[in-house]
Design a binder for this molecule. Structure first.
Ligand code: 6PG
Length: 224
């Protein structure tokens, strides 16, 4: 068992979503006890939806929280397959979060330009206090895929090409950026993730095992 991570195992995806939303809200308040603002990066994929919807229903100081993307797919702005489309539907819209607090990645500009642009934005934001992550069945996280050259890049945000999960062109926070975050929370549910979880626990050099200590919220189907 990889002792680096902290596991929070729950019966099913809904229980994971609720527990993770509660934990995230607690950590946001803790950050805001010390700092004026809290800077949080959100994941793509489908797993986070239920957690984000629950978070949107909570009484949080939305004006003091800035939201970033852990990664974005290089698709036209507004494309329903973009990661920010799901985040808009589940959190930014329902919680009526001020547009100035939402920082999407301009992935429609292409990976190289968007990564450079986002690296500048992240430099202005400074430290990411919290990063919420997903994990793919191959152990990828954000848009950092196994054996992809992006894993070795060290700018704050990096271009990704030839991603095995469509679309092939993406932008991702880099390994150093994820490692430097104050807290990393991973949401992992479903039997399809079970093999990657076993490898994760065994310490395999999966991308999700390279980004630092994780608070992992998982259901029994994924984590046994
Ligand atoms: C994406 C994300 C990716 C996602 C995982 C898990 O663009 O899809 O960057 O890292 O978080 O693939 O996806 P699911 O939550 O849909 O299983």
């Amino acid at each position: 068992m990889n002792t680096l991570h902290h596991w929070h195992i729950h019966a099913d995806p809904d229980a994971v979503a609720q527990a993770a939303a509660n934990f995230l809200a607690e950590r946001i308040w803790a950050v805001l006890d010390d700092l004026d603002d809290c800077h949080i990066a959100l994941p793509g994929g489908t797993t986070p939806a239920a957690c984000l919807r629950r978070l949107a229903a909570m009484a949080l100081p939305w004006g003091r929280i800035h939201w970033y993307l852990g990664d974005e797919r290089c698709l036209p702005s507004g494309d329903p397959e973009r990661n920010d489309s799901l985040i808009q539907d589940c959190l930014w819209g329902p919680a009526a979060i001020p547009a100035d607090n939402c920082h999407p990645i301009r992935a429609e500009a292409g990976a190289l330009a968007a990564a450079a642009d986002y690296s500048e934005l992240l430099a202005l934001a400074g430290h990411l206090d919290i990063v919420l992550l997903g994990m793919g069945e191959d152990g990828h996280t954000a848009s950092l895929f196994p054996d992809n050259p992006a894993l070795a890049l060290t700018d704050a945000a990096v271009p990704v090409f030839n991603a095995p999960k469509p679309p092939p062109e993406r932008v991702s926070l880099s390994v150093p950026t994820l490692q430097a975050a104050g807290l990393r929370i991973a949401l992992i549910t479903g039997a399809g993730k079970a093999q990657a979880v076993r490898q994760l626990k065994a310490g395999a050099a999966l991308p999700i095992n390279q980004v630092g200590e994780l608070e992992i919220f998982a259901d029994r189907a994924a984590a046994g």
